[in-house]
Design a protein around this ligand. Sequence first.
Ligand code: ADP
Length: 479
Amino acid sequence: MQHQPNLIDGQWINADDGTTLEVTDPATDQTIATVPSVGQAETRRAIDAAHRAFEPWAARPAAERGRLIARLAELMHRDADRLAGIMTAEQGKPLGEAKGEIAYAASFLEWAAGEAPRMYGESIPSSSSEKRILVLRQPVGVCAIITPWNFPAAMITRKIGPALAAGCTAVIKPAELTPLSALAIGELALEAGLPPGTVNILTGKARVIGEAFFDDQRVRKLSFTGSTPVGQQLMRQASGNLLRLSMELGGHAPFIVFDDADLDRAVAGAVACKFRNAGQTCICANRFYVQSGIYEKFMQRFNAAVANLKVGRGTQEGVHVGPLINDAAIDKVREHVQDARDKGASVPVGGEKVTIQGLADRFWKPTVVDGMTPEMLCANEETFGPVAPVARFEHDREAIDAANNSPYGLASYFYTSNATRLMRTAEALHYGIVGANDAVPSTAQAPFGGVKHSGFGREGGKYVMDEYTSLKYVSWGLV
Ligand code: ADP
Protein backbone atom coordinates (compact mmCIF):
# COMPACT_ATOMS: atom_id res chain seq x y z
CA MET A 1 0.00 0.00 0.00
CA GLN A 2 1.20 3.45 -0.91
CA HIS A 3 2.14 6.12 1.64
CA GLN A 4 2.01 9.67 0.30
CA PRO A 5 3.72 12.35 2.44
CA ASN A 6 2.82 16.04 2.67
CA LEU A 7 4.50 18.89 0.86
CA ILE A 8 6.16 21.71 2.81
CA ASP A 9 8.76 24.01 1.29
CA GLY A 10 9.41 21.67 -1.59
CA GLN A 11 10.10 18.73 0.75
CA TRP A 12 8.01 15.62 1.33
CA ILE A 13 7.37 15.27 5.06
CA ASN A 14 5.50 13.08 7.53
CA ALA A 15 3.69 14.06 10.71
CA ASP A 16 6.10 14.86 13.55
CA ASP A 17 4.50 12.11 15.63
CA GLY A 18 4.29 9.71 12.68
CA THR A 19 0.49 9.46 12.73
CA THR A 20 -1.35 8.75 9.50
CA LEU A 21 -4.83 8.78 7.99
CA GLU A 22 -6.15 6.00 5.79
CA VAL A 23 -7.57 6.76 2.37
CA THR A 24 -10.23 4.30 1.21
CA ASP A 25 -11.85 3.52 -2.11
CA PRO A 26 -15.58 4.21 -1.60
CA ALA A 27 -16.46 1.51 -4.13
CA THR A 28 -14.70 -1.27 -2.23
CA ASP A 29 -14.00 0.04 1.28
CA GLN A 30 -10.39 -1.04 0.78
CA THR A 31 -7.64 1.15 2.15
CA ILE A 32 -5.66 2.34 -0.86
CA ALA A 33 -3.09 4.61 0.78
CA THR A 34 -2.06 6.41 3.92
CA VAL A 35 -1.21 10.08 4.31
CA PRO A 36 0.23 11.99 7.28
CA SER A 37 -2.08 13.35 9.96
CA VAL A 38 -0.26 16.57 10.76
CA GLY A 39 -0.96 19.06 13.53
CA GLN A 40 -0.31 22.66 14.46
CA ALA A 41 3.51 22.49 14.38
CA GLU A 42 3.67 21.20 10.80
CA THR A 43 1.01 23.71 9.75
CA ARG A 44 3.11 26.53 11.20
CA ARG A 45 6.12 25.27 9.24
CA ALA A 46 4.05 25.27 6.06
CA ILE A 47 2.99 28.85 6.77
CA ASP A 48 6.66 29.75 7.44
CA ALA A 49 7.55 28.33 4.03
CA ALA A 50 4.69 30.08 2.25
CA HIS A 51 5.62 33.34 3.97
CA ARG A 52 9.30 33.05 2.98
CA ALA A 53 8.36 32.22 -0.60
CA PHE A 54 5.85 35.06 -0.90
CA GLU A 55 7.96 38.15 -1.58
CA PRO A 56 10.36 36.58 -4.09
CA TRP A 57 7.41 34.96 -5.90
CA ALA A 58 5.41 38.19 -6.01
CA ALA A 59 8.50 40.00 -7.30
CA ARG A 60 8.90 37.66 -10.30
CA PRO A 61 7.65 39.15 -13.56
CA ALA A 62 3.98 38.23 -13.93
CA ALA A 63 4.60 36.62 -17.31
CA GLU A 64 7.12 34.30 -15.67
CA ARG A 65 4.61 33.29 -13.01
CA GLY A 66 2.08 32.69 -15.76
CA ARG A 67 4.49 30.40 -17.64
CA LEU A 68 5.06 28.20 -14.58
CA ILE A 69 1.30 27.94 -13.93
CA ALA A 70 0.76 27.02 -17.59
CA ARG A 71 3.48 24.39 -17.27
CA LEU A 72 1.60 22.80 -14.37
CA ALA A 73 -1.51 22.65 -16.58
CA GLU A 74 0.50 20.92 -19.32
CA LEU A 75 1.78 18.33 -16.87
CA MET A 76 -1.77 17.65 -15.70
CA HIS A 77 -2.78 16.99 -19.32
CA ARG A 78 0.29 14.78 -19.80
CA ASP A 79 -0.64 12.72 -16.73
CA ALA A 80 -4.42 12.89 -17.19
CA ASP A 81 -4.92 9.10 -17.20
CA ARG A 82 -2.88 8.59 -14.05
CA LEU A 83 -4.54 11.48 -12.23
CA ALA A 84 -8.01 10.30 -13.26
CA GLY A 85 -7.16 6.83 -11.91
CA ILE A 86 -6.17 8.30 -8.55
CA MET A 87 -9.35 10.36 -8.44
CA THR A 88 -11.67 7.46 -9.25
CA ALA A 89 -9.92 5.32 -6.65
CA GLU A 90 -10.33 7.81 -3.81
CA GLN A 91 -13.57 9.54 -4.82
CA GLY A 92 -15.50 6.94 -6.83
CA LYS A 93 -16.64 8.96 -9.85
CA PRO A 94 -16.57 7.18 -13.23
CA LEU A 95 -13.19 7.32 -14.99
CA GLY A 96 -14.57 9.34 -17.90
CA GLU A 97 -15.83 11.99 -15.51
CA ALA A 98 -12.54 11.94 -13.62
CA LYS A 99 -10.65 12.55 -16.88
CA GLY A 100 -13.07 15.35 -17.65
CA GLU A 101 -12.34 16.86 -14.26
CA ILE A 102 -8.58 16.79 -14.88
CA ALA A 103 -9.02 18.75 -18.14
CA TYR A 104 -11.43 21.10 -16.36
CA ALA A 105 -8.95 21.50 -13.47
CA ALA A 106 -6.14 22.29 -15.91
CA SER A 107 -8.34 24.87 -17.66
CA PHE A 108 -8.41 26.99 -14.48
CA LEU A 109 -4.61 27.00 -14.46
CA GLU A 110 -4.52 27.93 -18.15
CA TRP A 111 -6.95 30.76 -17.54
CA ALA A 112 -5.02 32.02 -14.51
CA ALA A 113 -1.73 31.82 -16.43
CA GLY A 114 -3.25 34.22 -18.96
CA GLU A 115 -4.53 36.55 -16.24
CA ALA A 116 -1.15 36.88 -14.47
CA PRO A 117 0.25 39.50 -16.88
CA ARG A 118 -3.07 41.39 -16.92
CA MET A 119 -3.09 42.58 -13.32
CA TYR A 120 -3.74 46.13 -14.42
CA GLY A 121 -3.60 49.09 -12.11
CA GLU A 122 -4.82 52.59 -12.89
CA SER A 123 -3.90 56.25 -12.77
CA ILE A 124 -6.57 58.72 -11.71
CA PRO A 125 -6.50 62.46 -12.45
CA SER A 126 -5.82 64.31 -9.21
CA SER A 127 -7.57 67.48 -8.05
CA SER A 128 -4.11 68.92 -7.39
CA SER A 129 -1.59 69.70 -10.14
CA GLU A 130 1.09 68.81 -7.59
CA LYS A 131 -0.09 65.22 -7.13
CA ARG A 132 -0.57 62.05 -9.08
CA ILE A 133 -2.81 59.17 -8.03
CA LEU A 134 -1.78 55.62 -8.83
CA VAL A 135 -3.72 52.44 -8.05
CA LEU A 136 -1.64 49.27 -7.83
CA ARG A 137 -3.11 45.78 -7.66
CA GLN A 138 -1.11 43.67 -5.24
CA PRO A 139 -1.25 40.05 -4.05
CA VAL A 140 -2.96 39.57 -0.67
CA GLY A 141 -0.21 37.29 0.68
CA VAL A 142 -0.26 33.77 2.11
CA CYS A 143 -3.54 32.02 1.28
CA ALA A 144 -5.10 29.19 3.26
CA ILE A 145 -7.06 26.95 0.92
CA ILE A 146 -9.57 24.38 2.18
CA THR A 147 -11.30 22.13 -0.34
CA PRO A 148 -14.01 19.42 -0.41
CA TRP A 149 -13.94 15.82 -1.65
CA ASN A 150 -16.40 16.03 -4.57
CA PHE A 151 -14.00 17.67 -7.06
CA PRO A 152 -10.62 16.67 -5.63
CA ALA A 153 -8.55 18.34 -8.39
CA ALA A 154 -10.61 21.20 -9.80
CA MET A 155 -11.41 22.81 -6.45
CA ILE A 156 -7.67 23.09 -5.86
CA THR A 157 -6.59 24.44 -9.24
CA ARG A 158 -9.31 27.02 -9.38
CA LYS A 159 -7.91 28.47 -6.19
CA ILE A 160 -4.15 28.03 -6.59
CA GLY A 161 -4.21 29.13 -10.25
CA PRO A 162 -5.34 32.70 -9.57
CA ALA A 163 -3.57 32.83 -6.18
CA LEU A 164 -0.21 32.04 -7.78
CA ALA A 165 -0.97 34.24 -10.78
CA ALA A 166 -1.54 37.18 -8.46
CA GLY A 167 1.77 36.50 -6.68
CA CYS A 168 0.31 34.83 -3.57
CA THR A 169 1.58 31.59 -2.05
CA ALA A 170 -0.65 28.83 -0.71
CA VAL A 171 -1.09 26.29 2.05
CA ILE A 172 -3.71 23.79 0.96
CA LYS A 173 -5.74 21.47 3.16
CA PRO A 174 -7.64 19.08 0.91
CA ALA A 175 -10.55 17.00 2.20
CA GLU A 176 -9.53 14.06 4.39
CA LEU A 177 -11.41 11.69 2.07
CA THR A 178 -9.57 12.71 -1.12
CA PRO A 179 -6.02 13.90 -0.35
CA LEU A 180 -4.26 11.86 -3.05
CA SER A 181 -5.35 13.99 -6.00
CA ALA A 182 -4.12 17.10 -4.17
CA LEU A 183 -0.75 15.55 -3.36
CA ALA A 184 -0.36 14.37 -6.96
CA ILE A 185 -0.91 17.96 -8.11
CA GLY A 186 1.75 18.98 -5.56
CA GLU A 187 4.26 16.62 -7.20
CA LEU A 188 3.52 18.13 -10.58
CA ALA A 189 3.83 21.65 -9.16
CA LEU A 190 7.40 20.83 -8.14
CA GLU A 191 8.12 19.28 -11.53
CA ALA A 192 6.70 22.37 -13.24
CA GLY A 193 9.30 24.44 -11.41
CA LEU A 194 7.05 26.33 -9.00
CA PRO A 195 9.48 27.47 -6.28
CA PRO A 196 9.55 25.61 -2.94
CA GLY A 197 7.06 27.11 -0.50
CA THR A 198 4.72 28.54 -3.14
CA VAL A 199 2.47 25.48 -2.90
CA ASN A 200 2.30 23.53 0.39
CA ILE A 201 -0.13 20.68 1.05
CA LEU A 202 -1.15 19.34 4.45
CA THR A 203 -3.39 16.46 5.41
CA GLY A 204 -4.72 15.79 8.87
CA LYS A 205 -7.35 16.85 11.34
CA ALA A 206 -9.29 19.68 9.74
CA ARG A 207 -10.01 21.53 12.96
CA VAL A 208 -6.39 21.46 14.15
CA ILE A 209 -4.97 22.66 10.83
CA GLY A 210 -7.72 25.27 10.60
CA GLU A 211 -6.90 26.65 14.04
CA ALA A 212 -3.25 26.97 13.10
CA PHE A 213 -4.27 28.94 9.98
CA PHE A 214 -6.42 31.33 12.00
CA ASP A 215 -3.83 31.79 14.76
CA ASP A 216 -1.20 33.07 12.39
CA GLN A 217 -1.13 36.73 11.37
CA ARG A 218 0.88 35.86 8.27
CA VAL A 219 -2.10 34.08 6.70
CA ARG A 220 -4.08 36.82 4.95
CA LYS A 221 -6.75 34.97 3.05
CA LEU A 222 -9.01 31.95 3.29
CA SER A 223 -10.51 30.44 0.18
CA PHE A 224 -12.99 27.74 1.14
CA THR A 225 -15.28 25.41 -0.76
CA GLY A 226 -17.53 23.19 1.34
CA SER A 227 -20.70 23.08 3.33
CA THR A 228 -22.53 26.15 4.62
CA PRO A 229 -22.27 25.27 8.35
CA VAL A 230 -18.50 24.75 8.11
CA GLY A 231 -18.17 27.94 6.03
CA GLN A 232 -20.04 29.88 8.72
CA GLN A 233 -17.79 28.42 11.42
CA LEU A 234 -14.63 29.28 9.47
CA MET A 235 -15.90 32.80 8.83
CA ARG A 236 -16.29 33.33 12.57
CA GLN A 237 -12.76 32.02 13.16
CA ALA A 238 -11.38 34.12 10.33
CA SER A 239 -12.72 37.27 11.93
CA GLY A 240 -9.90 37.17 14.51
CA ASN A 241 -7.31 38.22 11.94
CA LEU A 242 -9.83 39.81 9.56
CA LEU A 243 -8.94 37.47 6.72
CA ARG A 244 -10.01 38.11 3.17
CA LEU A 245 -12.56 35.43 2.35
CA SER A 246 -13.88 33.53 -0.65
CA MET A 247 -16.72 31.22 0.36
CA GLU A 248 -18.19 28.75 -2.10
CA LEU A 249 -20.80 26.94 -0.02
CA GLY A 250 -23.78 24.66 -0.45
CA GLY A 251 -26.55 24.96 -2.99
CA HIS A 252 -30.06 23.73 -3.66
CA ALA A 253 -30.44 24.20 -7.37
CA PRO A 254 -33.91 24.47 -8.93
CA PHE A 255 -34.38 23.18 -12.48
CA ILE A 256 -37.46 24.57 -14.27
CA VAL A 257 -38.87 23.13 -17.48
CA PHE A 258 -41.37 25.46 -19.17
CA ASP A 259 -44.06 24.23 -21.57
CA ASP A 260 -42.16 25.59 -24.57
CA ALA A 261 -38.86 23.87 -23.71
CA ASP A 262 -37.01 21.82 -26.29
CA LEU A 263 -37.90 18.45 -24.76
CA ASP A 264 -34.82 16.54 -25.97
CA ARG A 265 -32.46 19.13 -24.59
CA ALA A 266 -34.36 19.55 -21.35
CA VAL A 267 -34.31 15.81 -20.65
CA ALA A 268 -30.63 15.42 -21.56
CA GLY A 269 -29.80 18.50 -19.49
CA ALA A 270 -31.79 17.26 -16.51
CA VAL A 271 -30.00 13.90 -16.52
CA ALA A 272 -26.53 15.46 -16.93
CA CYS A 273 -27.18 18.09 -14.29
CA LYS A 274 -28.64 15.71 -11.72
CA PHE A 275 -26.59 12.55 -12.04
CA ARG A 276 -23.05 13.77 -12.70
CA ASN A 277 -20.81 12.65 -9.84
CA ALA A 278 -23.81 10.64 -8.54
CA GLY A 279 -25.53 13.90 -7.65
CA GLN A 280 -22.70 14.94 -5.34
CA THR A 281 -22.01 18.46 -6.60
CA CYS A 282 -23.00 21.81 -5.16
CA ILE A 283 -24.53 22.90 -8.48
CA CYS A 284 -26.47 19.68 -9.13
CA ALA A 285 -30.18 20.13 -9.78
CA ASN A 286 -31.86 19.37 -6.46
CA ARG A 287 -35.49 19.96 -7.34
CA PHE A 288 -37.33 20.01 -10.64
CA TYR A 289 -40.36 22.13 -11.50
CA VAL A 290 -42.09 21.07 -14.71
CA GLN A 291 -44.98 23.01 -16.27
CA SER A 292 -48.25 21.10 -16.60
CA GLY A 293 -48.47 21.29 -20.43
CA ILE A 294 -45.23 19.32 -20.83
CA TYR A 295 -45.30 17.35 -17.57
CA GLU A 296 -46.40 13.91 -18.82
CA LYS A 297 -44.13 13.98 -21.88
CA PHE A 298 -41.17 15.16 -19.83
CA MET A 299 -41.68 12.57 -17.10
CA GLN A 300 -42.02 9.73 -19.54
CA ARG A 301 -38.75 10.62 -21.26
CA PHE A 302 -36.93 11.55 -18.06
CA ASN A 303 -37.95 8.32 -16.27
CA ALA A 304 -36.79 6.25 -19.22
CA ALA A 305 -33.43 8.06 -19.39
CA VAL A 306 -32.85 7.72 -15.63
CA ALA A 307 -33.77 4.03 -15.67
CA ASN A 308 -31.08 3.52 -18.32
CA LEU A 309 -28.24 4.89 -16.23
CA LYS A 310 -25.73 2.21 -15.34
CA VAL A 311 -24.56 2.03 -11.74
CA GLY A 312 -21.22 0.50 -10.80
CA ARG A 313 -17.62 0.96 -9.89
CA GLY A 314 -16.08 4.00 -11.56
CA THR A 315 -13.38 1.92 -13.22
CA GLN A 316 -15.94 -0.23 -15.05
CA GLU A 317 -16.63 0.53 -18.71
CA GLY A 318 -19.98 2.21 -19.42
CA VAL A 319 -20.78 3.17 -15.82
CA HIS A 320 -22.64 6.49 -15.38
CA VAL A 321 -23.16 6.56 -11.63
CA GLY A 322 -20.53 5.42 -9.14
CA PRO A 323 -20.72 4.84 -5.38
CA LEU A 324 -21.66 7.54 -2.91
CA ILE A 325 -18.76 8.85 -0.90
CA ASN A 326 -19.59 7.22 2.46
CA ASP A 327 -22.30 5.58 4.55
CA ALA A 328 -23.63 8.92 5.80
CA ALA A 329 -24.31 9.91 2.18
CA ILE A 330 -26.33 6.72 1.61
CA ASP A 331 -28.26 7.33 4.85
CA LYS A 332 -29.16 10.87 3.78
CA VAL A 333 -30.40 9.72 0.37
CA ARG A 334 -32.47 6.96 1.97
CA GLU A 335 -33.94 9.45 4.46
CA HIS A 336 -34.92 11.90 1.69
CA VAL A 337 -36.58 9.21 -0.42
CA GLN A 338 -38.43 7.71 2.56
CA ASP A 339 -39.58 11.15 3.69
CA ALA A 340 -40.94 11.91 0.20
CA ARG A 341 -42.80 8.58 0.12
CA ASP A 342 -44.21 9.19 3.60
CA LYS A 343 -45.49 12.57 2.46
CA GLY A 344 -47.26 11.18 -0.58
CA ALA A 345 -44.78 11.18 -3.48
CA SER A 346 -44.45 8.22 -5.85
CA VAL A 347 -41.11 6.80 -6.93
CA PRO A 348 -41.40 5.66 -10.55
CA VAL A 349 -37.68 4.90 -10.92
CA GLY A 350 -35.09 3.66 -8.42
CA GLY A 351 -35.67 4.41 -4.77
CA GLU A 352 -33.36 1.78 -3.31
CA LYS A 353 -29.79 0.64 -2.93
CA VAL A 354 -28.07 -1.48 -5.55
CA THR A 355 -26.09 -4.45 -4.30
CA ILE A 356 -23.09 -5.28 -6.45
CA GLN A 357 -21.19 -8.48 -5.84
CA GLY A 358 -17.78 -7.87 -4.30
CA LEU A 359 -18.28 -4.13 -3.81
CA ALA A 360 -19.16 -1.93 -0.85
CA ASP A 361 -22.80 -1.43 0.11
CA ARG A 362 -22.77 2.15 -1.13
CA PHE A 363 -24.51 2.31 -4.49
CA TRP A 364 -27.90 3.95 -4.93
CA LYS A 365 -30.17 3.43 -7.92
CA PRO A 366 -30.76 6.68 -9.83
CA THR A 367 -34.15 7.78 -8.55
CA VAL A 368 -37.07 9.92 -9.66
CA VAL A 369 -39.52 11.20 -7.05
CA ASP A 370 -42.80 12.28 -8.63
CA GLY A 371 -44.95 14.73 -6.70
CA MET A 372 -42.48 16.74 -4.62
CA THR A 373 -44.18 19.16 -2.21
CA PRO A 374 -42.60 22.10 -0.35
CA GLU A 375 -42.58 20.37 3.03
CA MET A 376 -40.47 17.42 1.87
CA LEU A 377 -36.81 17.26 2.95
CA CYS A 378 -35.69 16.96 -0.67
CA ALA A 379 -37.39 20.28 -1.45
CA ASN A 380 -35.32 22.07 1.17
CA GLU A 381 -32.05 20.28 1.96
CA GLU A 382 -29.19 19.30 -0.31
CA THR A 383 -29.68 15.59 -1.03
CA PHE A 384 -26.16 15.22 -2.46
CA GLY A 385 -27.15 11.99 -4.15
CA PRO A 386 -28.79 10.57 -7.29
CA VAL A 387 -32.37 11.57 -6.51
CA ALA A 388 -34.50 13.82 -8.74
CA PRO A 389 -37.67 15.13 -7.06
CA VAL A 390 -40.19 16.68 -9.47
CA ALA A 391 -43.14 19.03 -8.88
CA ARG A 392 -45.74 20.23 -11.37
CA PHE A 393 -46.56 23.94 -11.81
CA GLU A 394 -49.07 26.00 -13.80
CA HIS A 395 -47.84 29.59 -14.03
CA ASP A 396 -44.31 30.93 -14.51
CA ARG A 397 -44.47 33.01 -11.34
CA GLU A 398 -45.24 29.91 -9.27
CA ALA A 399 -42.05 28.19 -10.43
CA ILE A 400 -39.89 31.27 -9.98
CA ASP A 401 -41.24 31.88 -6.46
CA ALA A 402 -40.70 28.24 -5.54
CA ALA A 403 -37.19 28.35 -7.01
CA ASN A 404 -36.32 31.45 -5.00
CA ASN A 405 -37.83 30.09 -1.80
CA SER A 406 -34.52 28.77 -0.47
CA PRO A 407 -31.77 30.11 1.76
CA TYR A 408 -29.31 29.02 -0.93
CA GLY A 409 -28.41 30.87 -4.10
CA LEU A 410 -25.70 29.07 -6.07
CA ALA A 411 -26.91 27.58 -9.38
CA SER A 412 -30.33 27.51 -11.04
CA TYR A 413 -31.49 26.15 -14.37
CA PHE A 414 -34.41 26.47 -16.72
CA TYR A 415 -35.41 25.47 -20.24
CA THR A 416 -37.58 27.58 -22.56
CA SER A 417 -37.62 28.44 -26.27
CA ASN A 418 -39.01 31.92 -25.72
CA ALA A 419 -36.41 34.70 -25.61
CA THR A 420 -38.50 37.09 -23.51
CA ARG A 421 -39.34 34.43 -20.97
CA LEU A 422 -35.67 33.44 -20.92
CA MET A 423 -34.47 36.93 -20.06
CA ARG A 424 -37.22 37.61 -17.53
CA THR A 425 -36.60 34.31 -15.75
CA ALA A 426 -32.81 34.77 -15.74
CA GLU A 427 -33.28 38.18 -14.14
CA ALA A 428 -35.82 36.97 -11.59
CA LEU A 429 -33.83 34.04 -10.17
CA HIS A 430 -31.92 34.92 -6.98
CA TYR A 431 -28.88 32.85 -7.84
CA GLY A 432 -25.23 33.51 -8.67
CA ILE A 433 -25.36 31.18 -11.67
CA VAL A 434 -28.22 30.70 -14.14
CA GLY A 435 -28.14 27.94 -16.74
CA ALA A 436 -30.65 29.12 -19.36
CA ASN A 437 -31.06 26.12 -21.67
CA ASP A 438 -27.71 24.97 -20.28
CA ALA A 439 -27.24 22.31 -17.62
CA VAL A 440 -23.43 22.48 -17.39
CA PRO A 441 -22.57 26.18 -17.01
CA SER A 442 -19.32 25.89 -15.07
CA THR A 443 -16.27 27.03 -17.04
CA ALA A 444 -12.96 28.79 -16.34
CA GLN A 445 -13.91 31.97 -18.25
CA ALA A 446 -17.02 32.72 -16.21
CA PRO A 447 -17.52 33.91 -12.62
CA PHE A 448 -18.69 30.96 -10.52
CA GLY A 449 -20.18 31.68 -7.10
CA GLY A 450 -23.29 32.20 -5.06
CA VAL A 451 -25.44 34.59 -3.11
CA LYS A 452 -27.23 34.18 0.25
CA HIS A 453 -26.24 30.98 2.12
CA SER A 454 -24.22 29.80 -0.87
CA GLY A 455 -21.51 32.28 0.04
CA PHE A 456 -19.66 34.99 -1.81
CA GLY A 457 -16.65 35.54 -3.99
CA ARG A 458 -16.29 34.51 -7.61
CA GLU A 459 -14.02 31.85 -9.09
CA GLY A 460 -13.21 31.99 -12.79
CA GLY A 461 -13.21 34.78 -15.32
CA LYS A 462 -11.34 38.02 -14.92
CA TYR A 463 -13.20 38.55 -11.63
CA VAL A 464 -11.30 35.81 -9.81
CA MET A 465 -8.20 37.98 -9.63
CA ASP A 466 -10.07 40.32 -7.28
CA GLU A 467 -10.21 37.50 -4.74
CA TYR A 468 -6.44 37.27 -4.46
CA THR A 469 -5.46 40.93 -4.83
CA SER A 470 -5.98 44.14 -2.94
CA LEU A 471 -5.80 47.67 -4.25
CA LYS A 472 -3.05 49.94 -3.06
CA TYR A 473 -3.42 53.65 -3.62
CA VAL A 474 -0.20 55.61 -4.04
CA SER A 475 -0.61 59.35 -3.62
CA TRP A 476 2.41 60.78 -5.36
CA GLY A 477 3.42 64.30 -4.47
CA LEU A 478 5.57 65.96 -7.12
CA VAL A 479 8.46 67.64 -5.31
P1 ADP B 1 -18.19 18.36 2.60
O1 ADP B 1 -19.58 18.01 3.02
O2 ADP B 1 -18.03 18.75 1.19
O3 ADP B 1 -17.15 17.42 3.11
P2 ADP B 1 -17.29 20.14 4.64
O4 ADP B 1 -17.70 21.55 4.79
O5 ADP B 1 -17.57 19.19 5.74
O6 ADP B 1 -17.96 19.73 3.29
O7 ADP B 1 -15.74 20.04 4.35
C1 ADP B 1 -15.08 20.83 3.39
C2 ADP B 1 -13.64 21.00 3.82
O8 ADP B 1 -13.61 21.72 5.06
C3 ADP B 1 -12.89 19.71 4.06
O9 ADP B 1 -11.56 19.86 3.60
C4 ADP B 1 -12.93 19.58 5.56
O10 ADP B 1 -11.85 18.84 6.08
C5 ADP B 1 -12.79 21.04 5.96
N1 ADP B 1 -13.24 21.34 7.34
C6 ADP B 1 -14.31 20.84 7.99
N2 ADP B 1 -14.38 21.33 9.25
C7 ADP B 1 -13.32 22.17 9.40
C8 ADP B 1 -12.82 22.98 10.47
N3 ADP B 1 -13.43 23.05 11.65
N4 ADP B 1 -11.68 23.71 10.25
C9 ADP B 1 -11.05 23.65 9.07
N5 ADP B 1 -11.48 22.91 8.02
C10 ADP B 1 -12.59 22.17 8.17
